[in-house]
Design a protein around this ligand. Structure first.
Ligand code: MG
Length: 360
């Protein structure tokens, strides 16, 4: 079953609230969408958000990478020789991981449709449903309390609270959120590289003393500060999750071997898609570490792909797949069901999301 054509489109969806982290503020999902058509007439879909502050990619760079480098490398190949196709995709150029991810998931969507089986079952079938957290943007303590209480009212039991924009107010923000939501809600804290190593240890110790009881602290220090991350992990009790520090399987080996973090956050836009992410899963299993599956600011197309990976693999024990819940519009039909905090897998072949015609 040969790959006939690779097309590029785009999608723009408004958000419920502006998305604010220590790195940026955004009010729309504005992503590149990829369609891969097979000679059997089936189509597979993928998506890439231009997250320049994390992967270095823009909308123009993603579209150009897919059109000018990736498509010529894989067009005409036999998709039933999947491992060879994925190898050609990853070797088509260096970096550009989001562009590669969009094509990787479109190929796997088409592969599953061609085999008439849902992707999560083909890749392991570990669980048919799981729970995701919801992100609370970094704001004043009052706004964060309001957003957290609203999220709990929507049925979310796990909140991922963004901090790191002004270290001095972070303990106060998180203590206020904990007091407002009560002891039973799980709080994950993401500093998005916003603290220095010493500041991180001081803040995390203060959170532990204040009884904030965070489940984990994500990426406390800058991505490139490996020694700083290791220092933080060694000096606090709360588990540390590596996000921006881990893109490749080699990054994961180094972080886990040297115990620079306790957990790994897998995002398809960092790994270059599901196929390379499977290697990260195998590495985490080897070191006995658990993984979180995360997403950038993405719509349902690529978050559905991440949901298939999470449902396939037992080592992915935590999910941060709230992209569809942050969008202020009706979801596309087909594929996994995003029921607020619950993500329920279906038996639709491939990834299964029905994408509107963006190709005119
Ligand atoms: Mg993060």
């Amino acid at each position: 079953m040969r790959i006939r054509e690779i097309q590029v489109g785009e999608i723009s969806l408004p958000l419920v609230h502006p998305f604010k982290t220590a790195l940026r503020t955004v009010d729309h999902v504005n992503d590149v969408v990829v369609r891969v058509i097979g000679e059997n007439g089936c189509a597979g879909y993928g998506e890439a958000p231009p997250t320049a502050v994390i992967t270095g990619e823009t909308k123009g760079s993603v579209a150009c990478a897919v059109r000018d480098f990736i498509a010529p490398a894989i067009a005409g190949l036999d998709l039933m020789e999947l491992d060879a196709v994925m190898d050609r995709l990853q070797r088509s150029m260096v970096h550009n991981t989001s562009a590669k991810a969009a094509v990787d998931m479109a190929l796997l969507d088409l592969w599953g449709k061609t085999l008439n089986a849902p992707l999560w079952r083909l890749l392991g079938g570990a669980k048919s449903e799981f729970e995701t957290d919801l992100t609370i943007s970094v704001n004043s303590a009052e706004e964060m309390v309001r957003d957290s209480v609203e999220a709990v009212g929507r049925g979310f039991h796990i909140l991922k609270v963004k901090v790191g924009k002004d270290g001095r107010g972070d303990v106060e923000r998180l203590a206020a959120v904990r007091e407002a939501v009560g002891p039973d809600v799980v709080l994950r804290v993401d500093a998005n590289q916003g603290w220095s190593p010493r500041e991180a240890v001081r803040i995390i110790a203060a959170l532990e003393d204040a009884g904030v009881n965070a489940e984990l602290i994500e990426q406390p220090v800058p991505a490139a500060d490996f020694d700083g991350m290791k220092y933080v992990t060694a000096h606090v009790n709360t588990p540390i999750l590596a996000d921006e520090s881990v893109f490749s399987p080699a990054d994961a080996v180094r972080v886990l071997q040297e115990h620079a973090a306790d957990l790994i956050n897998i995002k398809l836009m960092k790994t270059g898609g599901i196929w390379p992410a499977l290697k990260l899963c195998a590495i985490a299993e080897t070191f006995g570490a658990r993984c979180m599956i995360g997403c950038m600011l993405e719509s349902q197309i690529s978050v559905a792909a991440a949901a298939h990976l999470a449902a396939a693999k037992g080592v992915i024990a935590l999910a941060d797949l709230d992209g569809p819940s942050l969008c202020a519009c009706e979801p596309f039909p087909g594929g996994p069901k995003f029921e607020e905090s619950r993500i329920v897998m279906t038996e639709t072949p491939g990834i299964g999301v029905q994408v509107p015609d963006l190709w005119g």
